[in-house]
Design a protein around this ligand. Structure first.
Ligand SMILES: Cc1cc2nc3c(=O)[nH]c(=O)nc-3n(C[C@H](O)[C@H](O)[C@H](O)COP(=O)(O)OP(=O)(O)OC[C@H]3O[C@@H](n4cnc5c(N)ncnc54)[C@H](O)[C@@H]3O)c2cc1C
Length: 453
């Protein structure tokens, strides 16, 4: 039986980053990565294969960066792990021995078995699988009427992309008053939902799918709780993901209530030499301290780096101190992002906060052809002014501004520090130094604090 210093099960973003980090830090160690499918996908790029990328093959993610530094890759799904004997057995029957084992098995879509008709032919999911998405793309290309159930960022991004094709009627059904409500505050969820409504997507909010209807075993539409029936050739269920932990469960690892593998701050399970990262592992809120199972590629790869550097002895003392959850998306040309606390999750987590927002243009002066309005909403602690969260919307720079806010939250920067930090500005690239939007939002918070002091 072949033995490896490390076996990684899974070759998604977390598997790839942990594999390359381990090999770069420890070139002498033998590392095996076990995959289910030959070709992998960039998971976050999946919505764009339905329009902007045009083909699934423009969205593949390979294992070359890992193989290039002499990592070993096999395509043969792992079916069993014997943690006492320290072996992993694959579907083919081949067994490999390990010194250290890493679960990076990701997540799979939630199947709504509670909706009658969920098992009809034509009910589809956004699976992170090359072969599945390839056949889904063919099916959506053929279909005329498509219903998407779930208005989170994945359902909304997929809906907008498919609806860019004028031949198709796309309807999106969301049970809450606004889409994106799990990631954004009420204010930003409403702005995002309004932006989505301006596209060709028919958005139905505050509406539940009661049943998927069909004939001869095939989908014909969905019945809604308001009595309406929407015709559909395909129904795409996008109601969330669950940790993919079947092999871990069989192996006897401890799972939390949501089925995620329980890990400590260095991503170690309670079994020596067995670790878990990414969507299959438990996350705890950076500010709430509660288990929250955030599933993001950015979080998964941060965990992978923490584990990759520290697997053979802690060399980066900063362990994984909690999940912030930094979301970003773009709908109908409006970029939107959120990090940490907002009005929804803050109230739910019983976190005291004050908030303030400021808008200006993202160039100075504002008259350039690509100028757009930029808004920053900051959330801070009323006790010490430390930044707890932020939301940003406007042009493309939003995707990076939220990362600055994410860093500020993690470094516990206060609004007093933020207003005195030195920044760089340029007419074509940023809002003006006199009204730098992030700093003006922090000033708004200082004024609020003064008012309640
Ligand atoms: C459509 C879509 C858009 C998204 N957009 C964003 C975004 O914009 N930003 C963001 O941060 N996040 C985004 N996400 C979330 C992000 O994709 C996930 O958080 C990320 O994929 C998690 O990486 P992972 O490696 O933990 O798991 P996964 O990507 O799920 O990878 C797990 C891998 O393990 C393999 N595997 C599972 N079981 C076995 C087994 N038994 N044997 C061998 N291999 C196995 C699977 O085949 C898979 O390749 C998006 C997700 C989707 C679906």
């Amino acid at each position: 039986m072949k033995k490896f210093d490390v076996i990684i099960i899974g070759a998604g973003p977390s598997g790839m980053v942990v594999g390359t980090t381990i090999k770069m830090q420890n070139p002498e160690k033998s590392v095996l990565m076990i995959k289910e499918e030959d070709k992998g996908l960039v998971p976050c790029g999946i919505p764009y294969v339905f329009n902007r990328l045009a083909t699934v093959d423009k969205n593949v993610m390979g294992t070359k960066p890992f193989s290039d530094i002499s990592g070993t890759v096999i395509v043969d799904p792992a079916v069993d792990a014997d943690l006492a004997k320290k072996t992993v057995t694959c579907k083919s029957g081949d067994t490999y021995a390990f010194d250290k084992l890493i679960f990076a098995t990701g997540s799979t879509p939630i199947i709504p078995t509670f909706i009658p008709g969920y098992d009809l032919d034509g009910v589809q999911y956004i699976r992170k699988s090359y072969s599945y998405i390839k056949q889904l793309k063919d099916k959506t290309d053929e279909a005329k009427n498509i219903v998407i159930v779930g208005g989170g960022f994945i359902g909304a991004e997929v809906a907008e992309e498919i609806a860019s094709n004028a031949d198709k009627t796309v309807s999106l059904i969301e049970s809450q008053p606004y889409c994106f409500n799990r990631a954004f505050s009420g204010e930003l969820s409403r702005i995002a939902t309004d932006k989505l409504r301006e596209t060709r997507v028919n958005v139905h909010t505050s509406t539940l799918v009661k049943e998927v209807s069909g004939e001869n075993g095939k989908v014909t539409g969905v019945k809604l709780d308001n009595g309406k029936h929407i015709k559909a050739d395909i129904v795409i269920m996008s109601i969330g993901y669950k940790p993919n932990t079947d092999v871990a469960r069989k192996a006897g690892l401890e799972l939390n209530a949501e089925g995620a593998i329980v890990v400590d701050n260095f991503e170690r399970t309670s079994v020596k030499d067995v670790c878990a990262i990414g969507d299959c592992s438990q996350t705890k809120g950076f500010i709430t301290g509660r288990t929250d199972n955030i599933m993001l590629a950015s979080t998964a790869t941060a965990e992978a780096r923490v584990l990759g550097y520290n697997l053979f002895g802690v060399i980066i003392k900063r362990c994984f101190v909690g999940t912030l959850g930094v979301f970003s998306t773009e709908i109908n040309g409006l970029s939107m992002a959120a990090a940490g606390v907002n009005e929804n999750n803050g109230r739910e987590g019983n976190i005291k906060f004050i908030s303030s927002e400021f808008s200006d243009f993202n160039t100075h002066p504002a008259g350039f052809s690509d100028t757009s309005k930029l808004t920053v909403k900051l959330y801070a602690s009323p006790s010490d002014g430390s930044i707890l969260g932020g939301e940003v919307w406007g042009g493309k720079s939003v995707g990076e501004i939220i990362n600055i806010i994410g860093l500020a939250i993690q470094k516990r920067v206060t609004i007093f520090e933020l207003v005195s930090y030195q920044i760089g500005t340029h007419p074509l690239l940023t809002s003006p130094p006199t009204k730098y939007v992030l700093i003006k939002a922090a000033e708004g918070l200082i004024n609020k604090l003064k008012a309640i002091a």
